[in-house]
Design a binder for this molecule. Structure first.
Ligand code: UD1
Ligand code: CA
Length: 427
């Protein structure tokens, strides 16, 4: 029973989010909640991943195009037990273990999942293991009931818990390892909840225990990993924890983040060592930053941005799908979108690449050694050649490429006449 198939329950609307969007597509550090669950499962090395989807299932499947996930439809969502039962026809012959996770628990790490699975395998009599943790404020979660031997005998939802059960601080994370034949058999015995008609997966635990089967609990040492996102407040907490993890990892790799509490860096950002990130900087997913760069304060690097080593981006500068070469600088008040910028370029304060003509995005190319005067507007598609310059306030119209070693000024920008400020910039 070493092989593992995983089921992710992700069909619920997420009513407590008060949103038009299905819960698992809400993002934490730039990626949907479900992204993290899938990534952790891939890192654990499960054989296959089945995601149970229902509410806005087309949108969910669309967001994960190309991932190797089997999508299972859970048309009318009648609770977590009902959600798992729709995978039965695909998994009842499965001769490995079944790992069931909720799509709204993005902070579970592969390391924790591995230990949790190992706990299940410890005792061959165990038919189910619940991932639990201990919380000071357990109120949003189901409570774990154990017998005198430490076996789990039931999970009681908060709404159903009596006074003494409410005092229990050990909670259900919503992650389980099951022996498939046992769980699919027990699922058929689950009765709808009296109050809301939902079929609770948690009832399976009580059913198995009452049949004399052994159910174990594995307590996650770091409670934050078990955070379930039900509300916007939970989403905020998940963002805070995830972004802390991202920045700690970057700092371990030699990046200085001057003040992490007011810096926001999303998932899948790569930053080289000895780069310094100053406060109030936002760096979106997919950005690549080289070594010895300076970013911020108050910079926004959007996806598709690549900064080569020693590049500098400063105050109130936004970049998108832009490559900034080695030792190039854009220190103040600029928008650089869809731009390919070479080495040793100086982008003057307030330079704008006007990349959008109302219908399409166009590219700006600025070659090595060029510089733009303050307040330059480059209307794309346009190119500045090597060591070209623009004067302050120049507007370079689309297609009016500036030749190498040439200075242009004015609106529309035209080359300066010889003897009127042009200089030989050959290096
Ligand atoms: C569930 C557990 C609770 C546990 C908590 C951990 C039950 C009854 N309760 O409560 O004990 O402490 O998770 O976070 O299981 N879903 C479906 N189909 C449905 C309903 C839900 O696929 O019909 C999915 C949701 O999309 C979600 C997951 O199942 O990803 C959990 O559902 P949710 O409503 O968030 O359960 P909780 O109330 O948090
Ligand atoms: Ca939940």
């Amino acid at each position: 029973m070493d092989k593992i198939a995983a089921v992710v329950l992700a069909a619920g609307k997420g009513t407590r989010m008060v949103s038009d969007k299905v819960k698992v597509l809400h993002t934490v550090c730039g990626k949907p909640l479900l992204h993290y669950v899938i990534r952790s499962l891939q890192a654990v090395g499960v054989e296959s991943i089945y995601a149970v989807v229902g509410y806005q299932s087309d949108e969910v499947e669309d967001a994960f195009k190309g991932e190797s996930v089997f999508w299972v439809n859970h048309g009318d969502q009648r609770g977590t037990a009902h959600a798992l039962s729709v995978t039965e026809s695909m998994l009842n012959d499965w001769d490995g273990l079944l790992l069931v996770l909720c799509g709204d628990t993005p902070l579970l790490t592969p390391e924790l999942l591995r230990k949790f699975i190992a706990k299940h395998k410890e005792n061959k009599d165990t038919v189910a293991t619940v991932l639990t943790t201990v919380l000071d404020d357990p109120n949003a979660y189901g409570r774990i009931i154990r017998d005198e031997n430490g076996n789990v005998t039931a999970i009681v939802e908060n709404a159903e818990a009596d006074k003494s059960q409410k005092e229990i601080k050990e909670i259900n994370s919503g992650a389980y390892v099951f022996n498939p034949d046992e769980v699919f058999r027990a699922l058929k015995r689950v009765k709808p909840n009296k109050k809301n008609g939902e079929y609770y997966l948690t009832d399976v635990i009580k059913i198995l225990a009452s049949e004399g089967k052994q159910v174990a609990g594995y307590i996650a040492p770091a409670p934050e990993e078990c955070l379930g996102v039900n509300t916007r407040d939970d989403l905020f907490n998940a963002n805070k924890i995830m972004s802390g993890r991202i920045m700690n990892e970057l700092m371990r790799k030699g990046v200085t983040i001057v003040y992490p509490a007011n810096t926001y860096i999303e998932t899948d950002v790569s930053i080289g060592r000895d780069t310094v990130i100053y406060p109030f900087t936002v760096i979106n997913s997919g950005v690549v930053i080289g070594k010895n760069c300076e970013v911020g304060p108050f910079s926004h690097l959007r996806s598709g941005t690549v900064l080569a080593d020693y590049a500098e981006v400063g105050n109130f500068t936004e970049t998108k799908k832009t490559h900034l070469g080695r030792h190039s600088k854009a220190k103040h008040l600029s928008y650089l979108g869809d731009a390919i910028i070479g080495d040793d370029v100086n982008i003057g304060a307030g330079t704008i690449t006007a990349n959008y003509d109302g219908k399409k995005k166009h590219q700006t190319v600025i070659e090595d050694g060029a510089s733009t005067g303050s307040g330059t507007i480059l209307v794309a598609p346009v190119k500045m050649g090597k060591n070209a310059e623009t004067g302050a306030g120049a507007v370079v119209p689309k297609g009016k490429n500036v030749p190498d070693n040439t200075t242009v000024v004015g609106i529309p920008a035209v080359p300066l006449k010889k003897g009127k400020g042009t200089k030989d910039k050959r290096r």
